[in-house]
Design a protein around this ligand. Structure first.
Ligand SMILES: Nc1ncnc2c1ncn2[C@@H]1O[C@H](COP(=O)(O)OP(=O)(O)OP(=O)(O)O)[C@@H](O)[C@H]1O
Ligand SMILES: [Mg+2]
Length: 327
């Protein structure tokens, strides 16, 4: 039997809550009540309506949501290409709302890498795969991975080595001297991932990177993201319509009407009866700092809940019931 918590219990919990660290203090990406309003032909579109999102360092996660829900708007903000109207957004300690133009440029070169849906948007058509990958390294001012800053011929050699390492990691070393039109869509996207990783970013953002590819190639591209995440430790956020891709990651966050609504966490568990490992998925709702909770539409519809629900606080959960008072 469960007993309802006493007022003293609740007071204690509230005090404990106040001592908790600030929202997202240990996250690599923090979006706190992020708002983006577009005005087109005098009409306001609220693309993001107070979106909260935390991404930990080293995560590989997917963002899903209906067309127009605000996914690309969010990615453009995280990529440093667009500025939010209100709210807070921090990536690797940089404040995306207060950055100067110069900070923004450095941010795009050093902190984030991106891969877009259109294969043609990711690579320069007149450069070979190797030249495309070398370009961000040159812009990066001679920084080489894990080594001292070096100049001249030594810098070029170190760069060429790193270009090859990245192309090998993504299994497209054989394409190094080809231009984009001489590669398949899948090969172009792998080279695009290598380009995005060339500046050694903290975060790799990909907006529908498999949108133009068939499902088999999409799987291979996804495997390439996983390799980058596991081998280089890069934090990766992928927007996808592809449920198969979304099922491959530990965490999938759904965006609805410009806010994060639910998220699915998957973890491996050993089945006690068969001894086999299986993936257990569980759906969670986001609870914002004001205590607002968005219940999945399927759940509320199934129980005919609308406008008002009855709540009850129990020892270890909160009960939500349809409002049957008829008042
Ligand atoms: N530059 C802009 N000017 C005006 N409205 C915009 C602009 N960019 C996006 N929007 C609007 O903001 C909303 C969110 O768009 P967004 O591109 O973020 O959606 P999405 O989730 O990426 O959709 P899709 O899955 O189709 O790519 C849409 O209503 C869109 O029309
Ligand atoms: Mg989009």
């Amino acid at each position: 039997m469960t007993t309802n918590p006493t007022l003293a219990d609740l007071a204690h919990r509230v005090t404990a809550d106040r001592d908790r660290p600030a929202f997202g203090h240990d996250a690599l990406i923090t979006c706190d009540r992020l708002v983006r309003v577009f005005t087109a032909d005098g009409v306001e579109v609220q693309a993001l309506q107070g979106l909260d999102l935390l991404v930990r360092e080293g995560e590989l996660m997917a963002l899903v949501g209906a067309s127009g829900s605000g996914k690309s708007t969010l990615m453009n903000i995280l990529a440093g290409l667009d500025t939010p109207t209100a709210g807070a957004a921090r990536v690797a300690g940089r404040d995306l709302l207060t950055m100067t133009a110069r900070d923004r440029l450095a941010y795009r070169r050093e902190v984030v890498g991106f891969v877009w849906q259109q294969t043609s948007r990711n690579l320069l058509p007149y450069l070979t795969a190797a030249q495309n990958v070398a370009l961000p390294m040159q812009l990066h001012g001679g920084k080489t991975h894990g080594k001292e800053r070096v100049r001249g011929r030594a810098a070029r050699r170190a760069r060429a080595e790193r270009v090859l390492e990245l192309l090998e990691l993504l299994e497209v070393a054989d394409c190094r001297d080809r231009r984009p039109h001489e590669m398949s869509g899948g090969q172009q996207q792998r080279v695009a991932i290598a380009v995005a990783l060339a500046g050694d970013p903290s975060v790799l953002l990909a907006d529908e990177p498999t949108g133009e590819l068939d499902s088999h190639t999409a799987e291979q591209i996804f495997a390439a993201f996983r390799t980058a995440n596991e081998r280089l430790g890069t934090t990766i956020v992928i927007v996808t319509h592809d449920q198969a891709v979304a099922n491959e990651v530990r965490r999938t966050v759904a965006i609805r009407d410009g806010r994060t609504s639910t998220e699915v966490l998957r973890r491996s568990e050993v089945d006690e009866t068969t001894g086999h490992e299986r993936v257990v998925a569980r759906e969670y709702a986001m609870l914002d700092r004001a205590g607002r909770l968005q219940l999945p539409a399927e759940y509320t519809k199934a129980l005919g809940m609308r406008d008002r629900v009855a709540l009850e606080l129990e020892e270890d959960h909160i009960g939500v019931w349809p409002d049957n008072t008829g008042v």
